[in-house]
Design a protein around this ligand. Structure first.
Ligand SMILES: Cc1cc2nc3c(=O)[nH]c(=O)nc-3n(C[C@H](O)[C@H](O)[C@H](O)COP(=O)(O)OP(=O)(O)OC[C@H]3O[C@@H](n4cnc5c(N)ncnc54)[C@H](O)[C@@H]3O)c2cc1C
Length: 292
């Protein structure tokens, strides 16, 4: 059964802990309910969106002016068959990778280190430690507005650096099939632990959305920001992390307005110093990132 929940704020559903009221939130894993909600929103002339675990989003202080859908998925639907793992897209990467590990499948540890849901990882083509989601994706079950869910092979998703076709055509990833490799659980466990330790050492622990900017061709956004002298720059409670310059951290009660102004300031300063215009990797919910 879907649940239309009592309104929470978007801050409670995003890792940046920023964002205002929720008008309508529906949590379900039923494609028919998702379709009805999308059609209802379109009929009312309102926007809709699908939210994963909110780990790559800057949500507006005013909230989102339409329907927010979230997948309410059940871990019991994870299934291993041969070298593949089938999983509902609303589950976290880390949970699914651990299930693969316990079933003797590895080569997916990088994904366990990326916060968020499988659906978000496919949408963003999330990547870390030399691998990207598209390299381990076999296919995804996608619901497009007005259609029935269809399996889309990875080759048809126009994957590129932090890009998938879903960024052009709004749809919902319902299920994902990942390709693993036979690996002993002990080996995968050690890999997962090593990656987690690597992150604890190099990434800030305050609320954030990970890397704010895409790496420009041939360089890293973190390097550009740091060498422009912007580490520690602060607007309100939004601050360029002194530990990792491509992270903006919420050190208390940061608002979306503070955060977005800081993002725009960093873009302008980096352009002044280096002549390179950076582009945000984080996405806006109810606002345009970099345009406060
Ligand atoms: C501490 C930290 C470290 C991070 N490190 C990395 C990293 O190493 N590499 C990396 O790539 N990212 C990283 N990120 C960013 C983030 O975790 C990824 O982009 C992640 O894949 C987003 O998943 P999500 O479920 O949280 O998506 P959300 O943030 O909820 O949504 C992001 C976008 O995906 C869409 N989406 C979500 N679910 C679905 C679905 N089921 N179907 C269709 N569209 C959907 C949303 O509509 C939205 O546009 C990091 C973030 C944090 C906080």
């Amino acid at each position: 059964m879907p649940s239309a929940l009592a309104p929470k704020t978007l801050a409670s559903l995003t890792t940046w802990r920023v964002g205002g009221p929720i008008r309508r939130l529906v949590e379900t894993s039923d494609p028919a309910v998702l379709s009805d909600e999308i059609n209802g929103a379109l009929d009312r002339g309102e926007p809709w969106t699908i939210l994963g675990k909110g780990s790559n989003l800057l949500a507006a202080d005013e909230g989102f002016p339409g329907t927010i859908l979230r997948l309410q998925d059940d871990v019991r639907r994870i299934r291993i068959s041969g070298h593949e793992i089938h999983a509902p897209a609303g589950l976290t990467n880390s949970l699914v990778v651990k299930a693969a590990m316990n079933g003797g499948l590895g080569h997916l540890a990088f994904l366990s280190s990326i916060p968020g849901s499988l659906g978000g990882a496919v949408f963003m083509n999330a990547g870390a430690h030399g691998l990207q989601t598209h390299e381990v994706l076999s296919r995804a079950l996608v619901l497009m507005p007005g259609a029935t869910p269809e399996w889309v092979p990875a080759e048809e998703m126009a994957f590129a650096y932090r890009h998938s076709i879903l960024q052009q055509r709004q749809g919902i990833v319902l299920e994902v099939v990942l390709k693993g490799r036979p690996t002993s659980p002990d080996e995968t466990r050690a890999e997962i632990q090593a990656l987690a330790a690597w992150r604890r050492k190099r990434q800030p622990q305050e609320p954030s959305a990970g890397s704010v900017f895409r790496n420009p061709e041939g360089t890293s956004a973190g390097h550009l920001i740091e060498s422009a002298g912007l580490k520690g720059l602060r607007i309100g409670d939004a601050m360029v992390s002194p530990m990792h310059a491509n992270f903006i951290v919420n050190i208390g009660e940061a608002t979306a307005t503070d955060t977005n102004r800081l993002i725009a300031t960093v873009m302008d300063r980096v352009e002044e110093v280096h002549g390179i215009r950076m582009h945000p990797e984080v996405r806006g919910l109810g606002l345009e990132v970099g345009c406060p």
